[in-house]
Design a protein around this ligand. Structure first.
Ligand SMILES: *[C@@H]1O[C@H](CO)[C@@H](O)[C@H](O)[C@H]1NC(C)=O
Ligand SMILES: *[C@@H]1O[C@H](CO)[C@@H](O)[C@H](O)[C@H]1NC(C)=O
Ligand SMILES: *[C@@H]1O[C@H](CO)[C@@H](O)[C@H](O)[C@H]1NC(C)=O
Ligand SMILES: *[C@@H]1O[C@H](CO)[C@@H](O)[C@H](O)[C@H]1NC(C)=O
Ligand SMILES: *[C@@H]1O[C@H](CO)[C@@H](O)[C@H](O)[C@H]1NC(C)=O
Length: 415
């Protein structure tokens, strides 16, 4: 118990962030100079960029929009779409309830580059687009953040009920909601590596994870044949210490030098995890598989316990902040895998799409709970060290925009 307590009080966010910071440090200390990495990634992203969006516009019905680039535009009241408390949002992301005093972070809309409009979320249009379907989110706590946003957006306008949930309700490892008017079910499956895992994912006092890259995590794998729309969203846990397996064989470790095994980094297991999930979802049923790209954290001064780590009150302006290389790399892998699958399975029953949110998320350092992950954090004054969440988004908040883009993807889909 003594060992469990302090670790648990750190919370998932802190662990995630610890991974991120560790990695950032690793990059600084060990890796090739940035010029080399730029040289490697620039041509790749160029390729991904042009091939993906041109393949979409040639195969889709009518004009396709590229929502991945753009800017945040001041739009008062635009994002106050629901009451996070009323829809049961995770308390740590219910920033209004927790006493966040400023509301300006709710007053922005995403304007895609090139003049394409991004319409506001429309619950009845969304439900009509997925009538009779099971929409499943699979991944880490960012997948859950988006799933809860979707539930809140839909439930503000439609009858709904919670049909099933993790019996340990604080964990929210699984939830399922129903929207009976359109016979729609929405589920979220927490599977931070997509793959089966053990270790720290199930017991925070373990020092590392054991990840089985050849096997989907059990809970979602059991339900996979019922899923019509799947949103995959993972990445942050790949930065944690882990031992990676292919079946019974250890294929490498990450950030765990004590084990004296090959360091395999985060990029290769990340790609393999997506490939495994894609493989599992590529048969059995006609469906749409949406690969969400990495949503970066904003612990700006590299401290997890600093109440000012993400204290900005406004989005970054266009050009104010470049994506860091790791965010760009993880984004690139997801886009590449989506492009490759879309091409390979063109004309088949399973469609692959990318929900490219990295840029728009990276521009929203103001949209996180920060210290308002806890209720009234400054009730006893400002302390130098306080729990702070600069990874997830407030509900309501910028993550609602992920679902506005998802809506456009699904409306375009012809079943
Ligand atoms: C992606 O394409 C847009 C428009 O063609 C271009 O402005 C941008 O620089 C490209 N991004 C990368 C990373 O190549
Ligand atoms: C949000 O809902 C909660 C519970 O349903 C309620 O107590 C609260 O007053 C509402 N907040 C706003 C701003 O309407
Ligand atoms: C969690 O891991 C710790 C350290 O390995 C172990 O002592 C403890 O029994 C585990 N707790 C549970 C609930 O499995
Ligand atoms: C895992 O093992 C299988 C069977 O031996 C092999 O075909 C596959 O290439 C391996 N995958 C990885 C990522 O090592
Ligand atoms: C680690 O592995 C290498 C090569 O297998 C071996 O030479 C070395 O002694 C090992 N180190 C430890 C600490 O086990």
């Amino acid at each position: 118990m003594a060992a469990w307590q302090p670790v648990r009080s750190l919370g998932t966010t802190a662990w995630l962030a610890a991974g991120i910071l560790f990695l950032a440090l690793l990059h600084l200390l060990c890796c090739s100079p940035p010029v080399t990495r730029d040289a490697v990634f620039a041509p790749l992203l160029q390729y991904v960029n042009t091939t993906y969006y041109s393949s979409l516009s040639s195969s889709g019905s009518g004009r396709s929009c590229d929502y991945s680039e753009g800017r945040w535009v001041w739009a008062p009241g635009r994002a106050r779409r629901y009451n996070g408390t009323a829809c049961g949002a995770t308390e740590g992301q219910d920033c209004v309830r927790n006493g966040r005093p400023d509301t300006g972070y709710l007053d922005w809309r995403w304007q895609p580059a090139g003049g394409c409009p991004l319409p506001a979320f429309d619950a009845s249009a969304f439900l009509s687009a997925v009538r009779g379907k099971h929409v499943a989110f699979i991944g880490d706590s960012m997948a859950r953040n988006q799933a809860e946003s979707l539930f809140c957006l839909l439930s503000a306008a439609s009858p709904h009920r919670v049909v099933d949930r993790d019996p340990e309700t604080y964990r929210r490892h699984f939830m399922r909601w129903a929207f009976p008017t359109h016979d729609v079910t929405v589920s979220v499956y927490w599977a931070p590596y997509l793959a089966r895992s053990a270790g720290k994912t199930v017991n925070y006092s373990m020092p590392y994870n054991l990840v089985y890259l050849d096997a989907p995590a059990d809970r979602w794998a059991a339900d996979a044949d019922t899923m019509d729309v799947v949103v995959l969203s993972a990445g942050h846990w790949l930065l944690h210490p882990a031992v990676y397996h292919n079946g019974s064989e250890v294929i490498g470790v990450h950030a765990h030098p004590e084990l004296n095994r090959t360091e395999i980094g985060y990029a290769s297991p990340f790609r393999q995890a997506y490939r495994m999930a894609i493989e599992r979802l590529s048969s059995g049923r006609a469906r749409t598989v949406v690969l969400a790209t990495y949503s970066p954290a904003h612990f700006e001064n590299n401290r997890l316990d600093d109440p000012t780590a993400c204290a900005r009150k406004e989005p970054y302006r266009d050009g104010e902040k470049e994506l860091n290389k790791m965010d760009e790399e993880l984004r690139g892998i997801v886009v590449e895998e989506a492009v490759a699958e879309a091409a390979r399975r063109s004309g088949g029953d399973v469609m692959f799409e990318v929900l490219d949110v990295t840029k728009l998320a990276a521009m929203r350092p103001d949209g996180h709970p920060g210290p308002y992950m806890n209720r009234d954090p400054f009730a006893h004054g400002v302390r130098e060290r306080m729990q702070t969440d600069c990874l997830h988004f407030c509900l309501p908040g910028p993550v609602d925009t992920f679902n506005e883009i998802l809506q456009q993807i699904l409306i375009k889909r012809r079943w």
